[in-house]
Every structure is written in structure tokens, then in C-alpha cells.
Design a protein. Structure first.
Lengths: 200, 200
DNA sequence: ACAATAAATGAACGTTGTTCAATATCGCCT
DNA sequence: AGGCGATATTGAACAACGTTCATTTATTGT
């Protein structure tokens, strides 16, 4: 038995999330199970339930970390750009590259089904919202005469679009091969959408 | 025991798919299980495995039927339109309405993860491809000076986009309420993309 | 040293997908 | 009509799953 107080609750939480991430990342969502995560950190199932409400909770917290990392990368990408148009394209590129580099971890965020009655908690929703807010902020200077709600809508339409391309491509439903093709699709979507949105 | 030859293999197949669809539709993907499907048609688990390779096979065939229905609706929608632009918008509307009317069944198509090593069979891929081909056909007359590969790419970018809006909205990740808002997003995407794609 | 306290366990339960020997029923032939 | 061979159907069995919680174990305070 792992010695008591070997690790604090917070440490166990961290270890479990780390192990879960590695498991999903390397062996796919199917390889993920409570016993495997527990085993990987030298504890048993029961311990996990002292730290997480249930497996859904663990997955949600794991996804939150992934989402944080994605958001960080997107923030970073934006800084390196001179103008808004370039920034938007780079955001798209970053999003797709992130998904491609670790498809399993990314799929976990958007593929995981929350149990029937349950709804995604507020704090998680906000992490997703934060991403749209970022897109919104970048789009703002591109269409100055548009109202705030209009821009909010445009950001959602466009980013929903980028997301769709990404998910269909990664699950081999688009009939395109290679990351570059996916990047091209996304750039095409962004460029053309922007063309229409900014012009009229 | 169900009397022998009560139903042909083909009949059992049909009954099982019907029952599975109803189960998923009414109680969500979580309620779906081999024993439940078998029970619903008055047989036992074993019988299902005489008709389907495994549960993934059953799900795949169920999804194929859903995809066929969706394709049918999209074909029908196109016919009722005068010009291509209107047709494309109607296609988007039809797609989203279909997903909204039976979200569980629709989610099953795109949310279902095929087991790690396995890849989606050719015949299924083609049913998805058929949908893109339809979009392509509708876009053709809208940009006559574009090459065929360009149009193929555009169709995938655009429809990937519509799909993304649809899936994010249905899983409550877009922060929009009501089907109409989703429809608006999709129309915005299509209109603006088309604006850019046809103009330059 | 010992009792009180709390961390960690792991057996237990119900469910899952999948398999396959056993069983029940049919159609056919004498 | 009766029985037999063929086969459609069963359901017990298996391993693995999420989840719970009485039991066990290590640590701490006195």
C-alpha cells in the first residue's frame, strides 16, 4: 500500500491527470480506464474516488488542462502577428496544429459525451467561451463598422467552421490526406469568409 | 425461445437496426447496448452476433441508414431551389434541421469512435463523400472559372464549417440558444464564404 | 506504548461486449 | 406418423468496466 501522506491530495490529483493525459495521448481514448490511471500512479481505484467525483470529473479536468494549453498557444500566436488578418490565419493554423500534434487529447475535449442528464459545468463552458472571445477580439479591428453582436456571431460562425474542418479531417471523413491539406482548407475558409464579412 | 425461422436473417437485421435507432433516438447513446437491442426485438444477445460482426458493425449500419436519410433530404432540398446560391443555403438549413430534429441519431454518426486499429470501411466513407459531392455539384455553377479541384476544396471547407457549427451548437459549446441562432450562424458562414469565393 | 484518526485498499456489485457449447425447433425422409 | 439430421437460438461464462464502502493499515498526538 502506498504510504499514507506520501502525496497530498493535490499531488495525487496532479499525478492522476498527468497519467491520464499520457494514457489517452499514447493509446487513445479506448485505453483510458480508472484502474489503468490508478495503476499508473501506484495507487488503486478507490483512491481516485477520493480526489475526483467520478471518471467524468477526471476527464473534464484533464480536458480543462488541454484547453488551457490550447488557449495559451493561441494567445502566443496572436502576439507574434502584425495585423489582424494575419493573426486570424495564425490562430487557425495554431488550432489545427495543436489538434494534429495530439489528436487523441484534442478529441477527448470535443468527443467526450457528458452523461445524459448532466450538463457541462459553468467553469468548463467558460474555458471554451474564452477561445471564442479571443477570435472575437482579433476580428474586431477587421470590421469596425459592425456591431459587437455581429462580430460575436461572426467569430462563432468562423471558428465553428475551423473546428468542423479540423474534426472531420482528423476522423478521416473529409477525404483529404496530410495536415497541410487541412491547413489549406482552414485558410481557405478564413480568407473567403473574411472577404465576405469585411467587404459588404 | 423465439421460434426458428420466425424471421429471416434480413428481417432480424432490419428489426435490430430499427430498435437500435429508436433506442438511441429516445434515450441517447448511453442507453444503447447489445442486450437492450436484442431484448427490444425479442431475441437474445447471441442472435445479434449472427447478423452483425459486432456492435461497431451494428452502429455503422445504423449510421449508414441515418446518412442515407440525410442525403435524401438534402437531395430533395436542392430540387426545390431555383438558383445555386439558394440551394446551398437550403442545403445548410436542411443539414442543421436534420441534426436538430434527432440530435442523438446525428451525433451517433460523427461522435462514434471506431476502435483504435480499425478504420472506417470504404462503403461508409463513400456515403460521407456523397454528401460533399452534392455540395460540390451545387457550388459548381457559382464559380465557373474555378478549377474542379478548387471547387472540391471549397466544398469541403464550407461543409466542414457548417458541420462544425452544427456540432458545437448541439453540444452547447457555442454559447448560443435555440435552433434559429444556429441556422443564422450557418447562413452567415455560407453567405460570407461564398462572397469571398465567387468574387476574387 | 497506545489509542485515535484518517489514508488507502480491494472485494463486491451490476453492467458492458463477445464467445460458444448446449439446446430447442424445424423440414425432410422413410 | 415418427424420428433424425440440420441449424436457429439460447444463455452461461469471461474479462473488463465504473462505482461504492467496510476493512485494513500507517501516522499522529498524548
Amino acid at each position: 500500500m502506498a504510504r499514507r501522506n506520501d502525496h497530498s491530495r493535490e499531488e495525487i490529483r496532479e499525478m492522476a491527470l498527468e497519467a491520464a493525459e499520457q494514457l489517452v495521448s499514447e493509446q487513445g481514448p479506448g485505453a483510458f480506464s480508472a484502474r489503468k490511471v490508478a495503476g499508473a500512479i501506484g495507487y488503486t481505484v478507490g483512491t481516485l474516488y477520493l480526489v475526483f467525483d467520478n471518471l467524468d470529473d477526471l476527464i473534464l479536468q484533464m480536458n480543462a488542462r488541454t484547453l488551457d494549453r490550447l488557449h495559451g498557444r493561441m494567445l502566443q500566436a496572436r502576439i507574434q502577428c502584425r495585423n489582424s488578418r494575419e493573426a486570424l490565419l495564425r490562430l487557425g493554423e495554431t488550432y489545427i496544429r495543436f489538434a494534429d500534434e495530439d489528436p487523441h487529447r484534442w478529441e477527448m475535449i470535443f468527443g467526450h459525451r457528458t452523461a445524459e442528464g448532466e450538463k457541462t459545468p459553468e467553469w468548463f463552458q467558460q474555458k471554451v467561451a474564452r477561445m471564442f472571445a479571443l477570435v472575437e477580439a482579433v476580428m474586431q479591428p477587421l470590421a469596425k463598422r459592425r456591431s459587437a453582436p455581429e462580430i460575436a456571431q461572426a467569430a462563432r460562425a468562423l471558428w465553428g467552421g475551423v473546428h468542423g474542418i479540423c474534426i472531420l479531417a482528423l476522423t478521416d471523413k473529409l477525404g483529404v490526406a496530410g495536415v497541410q491539406s487541412v491547413q489549406d482548407l482552414a485558410q481557405s475558409l478564413i480568407n473567403n469568409y473574411l472577404e465576405g464579412f469585411t467587404r459588404q
